[in-house]
Design a binder for this molecule. Structure first.
Ligand code: IPE
Ligand code: IPE
Ligand code: MG
Ligand code: MG
Ligand code: MG
Length: 309
């Protein structure tokens, strides 16, 4: 399947305007790729396919795909492979949101400005949408035109990031932690797993879509992505406590209402903001070995910390 692309590869520092044009291009490419890779709603079973498209298309910030494209640009990834990496990480992410919103988890009715899947459809459909998106993610990535050994590594890294050593493990800790005063280390671990793991793997898979990485390159990318991965969830916690539902497109104030341990509940609002800023600087520092060529990754760290939704 050919997926047209418009996103360009940056080689020099860029203006804020260039960055927003680039994010729009990548978001457009990703929307197109997801549309092409998802089964058509006209195919049986209609309800499942329609619900997959309902929740995946036309919404979300596409932060994980943006990270993959920015890292891919640094290592010369081609557009076709990047589209598959981006679609795969976004599909796993969307599956995690659909399940996160279900009554057995966070019981949320609003996501990306629309009723959640179990509300718009039903619980069994939400469960199956998540299951299917996860399977589809691996199918999409497995068909990338990349060196077989590297592709197998990428599939294994994606499985690890999605599984009990990553996102699902973090979600399990999150659910077990309701009402608990976690210490800093426990809180960081929960966030690094439930949210950080998929952000980290998005960076690494984007880079591996280009070429094999040296140990130093991998270490620098891992340092960067550990910082932005944690920062992303710290900011998510801050926004839950400070923004409104219309801006977020999801129910605000849910963490306090559900008695979840978050950076805001444990550190307080201002220290959480300060931590996010410190992580942004750490992310920038980690990119020093790549020089100007890593400008998009720097801009994404800024976006992740400074975003309002
Ligand atoms: C929300 O993720 C869930 C978390 C991991 C914090 P995003 O804030 O990336 O959600 P979308 O994709 O933009 O809807
Ligand atoms: C969810 O964290 C992380 C995943 C979906 C893996 P949250 O429960 O804080 O996400 P939101 O706030 O509902 O988007
Ligand atoms: Mg949750
Ligand atoms: Mg939630
Ligand atoms: Mg949240």
């Amino acid at each position: 399947m050919t997926v047209p692309t418009t996103a360009t590869t940056p080689t020099t520092p860029t203006t804020a305007h260039d960055f927003s044009a680039w994010t729009r291009d990548v978001q457009g490419d990703v929307e197109h790729a997801l549309d092409a890779f998802l089964p058509p709603a006209s195919a049986v079973p209609h309800k499942l396919h329609e619900a997959m498209r309902y929740t995946t298309l036309g919404g979300g910030k596409r932060v994980r795909p943006l990270l993959a494209y920015a890292a891919g640009a640094l290592f010369g990834a081609d557009a076709g492979a990047l589209a598959r990496v981006a679609a795969a990480v976004e599909m796993i992410h969307v599956y995690s949101l659909v399940h996160d919103d279900m009554p057995c988890m966070d019981n949320d009715a609003l996501r990306r400005g629309k009723p959640t899947v179990h509300v718009a459809y039903d619980e069994a459909t939400a469960l199956l949408v998540g299951d299917t998106l996860q399977a589809q993610a691996f199918e999409v990535l497995a068909a990338a035109d990349l060196a077989p050994a590297r592709l197998v590594t990428m599939l294994r890294l994606l499985a690890q990031a999605a599984g009990s050593a990553g996102m699902c493990g973090g979600q399990a800790i999150d659910l077990d932690s309701v009402g608990l005063a976690l210490n800093r280390a426990e809180l960081e671990r929960m966030h690094q797993l439930k949210t950080g793991a998929m952000l980290r793997v998005s960076v690494v898979l984007g880079a591996l879509a280009g070429r094999d990485l040296s140990t130093d390159e991998l270490q620098a990318l891992e340092r960067y992505s550990a910082a932005v991965g944690l920062a992303f969830q710290v900011v998510d916690d801050v926004l839950d406590a400070t923004a409104d539902s219309a801006t977020l497109g999801k129910t605000a104030g849910k963490d306090a209402a559900d008695n979840k341990p978050t950076y805001v509940s444990i550190l307080g609002l201002e220290p959480s903001r300060a931590l996010a800023e410190q992580l942004r600087r750490e992310a920038h520092d980690a990119l020093a070995p790549f020089g100007d060529k890593a400008q998009r990754l720097r801009e994404l760290a800024d976006l992740i910390v400074q975003r309002k939704a």
